[in-house]
Write a protein that binds this ligand. Sequence first.
Ligand code: SF4
Length: 385
Amino acid sequence: MRISYSALSTYQTCPLKYKYQNIDHIKEPKSKEAVFGTLIHSVMQYIHSPALIAPSLEDAINFFSQNWNEDIWANEMEERSAFSQGVKIIQDYYAKNDPADFTIVDLESRFSIEIGNETTGKHIIAGIIDRIDKTPNGYEIIDYKTAKKMPSQETVDTNLQLSIYLKAFLARYPKERENLDQITVSLYFLKHGAKLSATRTEEQLAELDRIFLEVIESIEAGKFDPVLSALCDWCGYQKICPLWKHKFVEERKMDSTEARSVIDDYIEAKEEASSVKRKLAELQEKIFLYMQDEGVDRVFGGRGIIGKSLRKTYKYDEAAVRDILAPLGKLDEVMKIDGVALKKVAGELPLDTKKSLENARILDKESVSLSVKKGSLLDEEESEA
Ligand code: SF4
């Protein structure tokens, strides 16, 4: 399989979005944030392109201004604010970096590398590295980001995009593998004017193949479930996605007053149920205290009697049970595979063994549930239908 890094990354974020983009080839309208990001990337490329005299700050702002697209913004105020933000990014960049100080090895550097082997299948991953610099002791691989939020250093230490870029760099310059600790991988957050850098170990690079092979395997197995995340806000497929489509009234096939009232009634009933649950817990606490003070296990009210009962749960001493049942040949009948523990162990096993374990999975039961969104996107409360 030949796949771009960005497609792999899309699959990791949302398999359904990957399918829309790469299998169904449904064109995604480019968001204004994406258009802005692309222009800023072009400005960075312009600033660092080989030239006798590096472009000045004014040159860079002119380039930005000439390529500005004013038609994508909702209104003039939004457009002006985005334009100022772009200018500020460039000014901040020049305040911290003199383009003449860098030894650029490559810009917008295309790569295509092979991963996998005869057993797992061989695959090609392709992509574009924003920038590669020669540093006094080694190299620096840089990816520009125009995201609003800066991640933690830990995220950069394990960032897969930077790892695959490094792997591609090493495929082109294999001798540099001997100086792995001198090759820095960096994410430059332009809106913050800050760069987060890290290095990689051989172990991390080896792990990379395993992660990507797993993703490719899921793609080949046709697993394309949607994944709800904060990134849905920027997804251009909301109007066809089963998790969002209903939000758009014009996309609904049946939109009766009754259907709308059932949805609202369900949400209201869920809220009532939660409040009843909370009230029951508070009352139970008070009744326990009252029983304790009265020294009784049953209390009598106008509407009925409430009794206290003690429930005990037991677990078995595994060694003792083994000793008793094994000689009788009955141990296998009570042994059960612990799915959670198995998943934990599987992460440490070789890929082939892991694959065999996955193939041994049998669908046990399936259930459908409804969830009600309360507050933020990811703060959802599950309830059985
Ligand atoms: S809206 Fe969200 S869940 Fe739907 S395809 Fe896009 S990213 Fe996936």
